[in-house]
Write a new protein. Structure first.
Length: 73
């Protein structure tokens, strides 16, 4: 399945599932990233870290390891 890390710049994707566990998953959910939410990928740094996204009207930066845990379609 495709992850947020695989999404192209300018693409809007929908969260299908969060993988991982514990504090990392909690931190992602605290950012408002939950199942069914649309995420717009604004920018990806040259080495892939960070991934800058817009979620629920907020601009966020995610580490590529965190983006790998967010399955999207």
């Amino acid at each position: 399945m495709k992850t947020l890390r695989d999404a192209a710049v300018g693409e809007t994707v929908t969260v299908q599932k969060l993988t991982g566990d514990g504090p990392i998953k909690r931190r992602i959910m605290d950012m408002g990233i939950t199942k069914g939410v649309e995420i717009f990928v604004r920018k990806v740094a040259p080495l892939g870290d960070p991934v800058e996204v817009t979620v629920r009207g907020y601009e966020l930066s995610l580490r590529k390891e965190d983006a790998q845990m967010i399955q999207v379609s």
